[in-house]
Design a protein around this ligand. Structure first.
Ligand code: ADP
Length: 457
């Protein structure tokens, strides 16, 4: 079967939806292909917090920020390996994209709470209602329906099609039922297929250390298809060895822990001996590495009710919380001693750690690990202790794109008709992506891709 559109978008995560909507708004006919039975990709299961410098919540809270500071943090956070021009586009347009989500897509963000993820100079991450991507993806889908953009699930893109001039003119796809469909694209194809964190073979090919001993936070569809398909028709790939683990994940399943977002409000990380070993707001790669250097290769996150009450993560992620408690991976107890006992952590050491941090909180200075956020004095229960391990989370490498999101070939030349946005691309986050920058990335570059593909003659 053959179907004709102006723009064909592959992958119904955040980048794909943003691209499809902008292309449609610019007057193009658009189709969105998704290989899984359901939409959303990793965007859906993420916390979906979004960095945007000088956003409206910062204004309300009197937090001083600048696009320049976001730019510097992002470049530095990736060991200055990200492409500066691309990082500039990201950080200059993030607030715009957040306002687009708020005003056009009707995404609800918390009016008075922000996260300061590791590596950021100030709290600048907007938090969607419910602290997950569900709010974002639900609203994106509703808007796509309103714009009458067909979203074809269980339709896997398998091959990019070029004409005799080397221009990408369509996509060969296969449905779950086995039907082959050619989607012709008069104007362009946008690859928004996400990363390859769930593809162990591909991980090992580019970074043998991240083998099957690591679980992944990613959805099963995160297998690098867009990278492989594009490479086959001459696209350049880069930075593939840079694979990020998220430090605080479920030790049994590898799933990211959002209950543990208390870390951004002052929760501490300790090892089996009850001792701190890393700054809790360090970069994800640094914390992960530090955890793997501890006895047993795991960590405990400790907080009390006062810290928990700031972000209310136990309430907003109730299902995860109940599951962790049931599995014995998280304990809540009236006294620190009782909580420590559950995990056989020596209470005298742990109490010493807490007392020492309480002193730092009072003096506003963490003499041991230079916590860059705000340490909170923790004196009263209930106490929470959660066990955690690092798990593969984000692949920083991928397709080489330019600021207009054209996919470049191995000679640095744009491949006509081919665009990419989101985790499938590899030139923005360098060696390490900072928290809250993926959502900014997918909406900034997804929108640009949609606009440019639609504008193609
Ligand atoms: P991003 O954050 O970059 O938007 P996501 O992981 O949120 O990435 O979304 C990528 C989506 O692309 C996922 O829903 C995934 O299932 C889908 N996808 C991956 N490979 C293909 C493919 N070959 N054909 C269609 N959809 C795909």
């Amino acid at each position: 079967a053959v179907q004709n559109y102006d723009v064909v978008v592959i992958g119904a995560g955040g980048a794909g939806f943003a691209a499809a909507m902008e292309a449609k708004k610019a007057g193009a006919s658009v189709v969105l292909l998704e290989k899984m039975p359901s939409i959303g990709g990793n965007t859906l299961i993420s916390g979906a917090e979004m960095n945007a410098a000088n956003n409206w919540v910062q204004a309300k809270k009197g937090i001083k920020d600048s696009k320049e500071s976001h730019y510097q943090d992002t470049l530095k956070g990736g060991d200055n390996v990200g492409n500066p021009a691309m990082v500039r586009v990201l950080t200059d347009n993030a607030t715009n994209a957040a306002e687009w989500l708020r005003d056009e897509i009707k995404v609800e963000f918390l009016p008075d709470h922000l996260f300061q993820f590791g590596g950021h100079s100030v709290p600048r991450a907007l938090i969607p209602k419910g602290h997950t991507g569900a709010e974002v993806v639900t609203k994106l889908k509703a808007k796509a329906d309103q714009l009458q953009i067909p979203v074809k699930t269980e339709t896997k893109a398998e091959e990019l099609l070029k004409n005799s001039e080397g221009r990408v003119v369509g996509v060969k796809a296969k449905t779950a039922a086995g039907q082959e469909i050619t989607f012709n694209a008069n104007k362009g194809v946008i690859v928004a297929t996400g990363g390859f964190g769930s593809n162990v073979e591909m991980r090992k090919k580019y970074n043998p250390t991240l083998d099957e001993s690591y679980m992944s936070t990613d959805t099963p569809g995160t297998t690098g298809d867009g990278i492989v398909m594009s490479e086959k028709i001459g696209a350049a790939i880069t930075n593939m060895e840079s694979i990020q683990t998220y430090p605080i994940c479920n030790p049994k399943t590898g799933v990211i822990s959002l209950v543990a977002d208390t870390r951004f409000d002052g929760a501490l990380l300790v090892n089996q001996s009850g001792k701190r070993f890393v700054e809790e707001l360090e970069r994800r790669d640094v914390i992960s590495k530090a955890i793997l250097a501890q006895e047993g290769k795991y960590a405990y996150q400790v907080w009390n009710q006062a810290v928990g009450d700031i972000g209310k993560t136990v309430d907003v992620h109730k299902d995860e919380y109940d599951m962790l408690v049931k599995e014995g991976l998280l304990v809540k107890a009236d006294t620190l001693e009782e909580a420590a006992k559950h995990f056989n952590i020596p209470i005298t050491e742990l109490q010493k750690t807490i007392d020492r941090v309480n002193g730092f909180a009072k003096n506003g200075k963490d003499l041991d690990f230079h916590h860059r956020g705000k340490l909170i004095e923790m004196t009263q229960g209930p106490w929470y202790i959660e066990k955690a391990v690092p798990s593969v989370h984000h692949t920083m490498g991928g397709l080489v794109i330019d600021p207009e999101t054209h996919v470049l070939d191995t000679n640095g030349k744009a491949i006509a008709g081919l665009y990419a946005a989101g985790e499938v691309t590899g030139v923005i986050h360098g060696k390490n992506r900072l928290g809250g920058n993926a959502i900014a990335d997918i909406f900034v570059f997804g929108r640009i891709a949609g606009q440019n593909a639609a504008a193609q003659k």
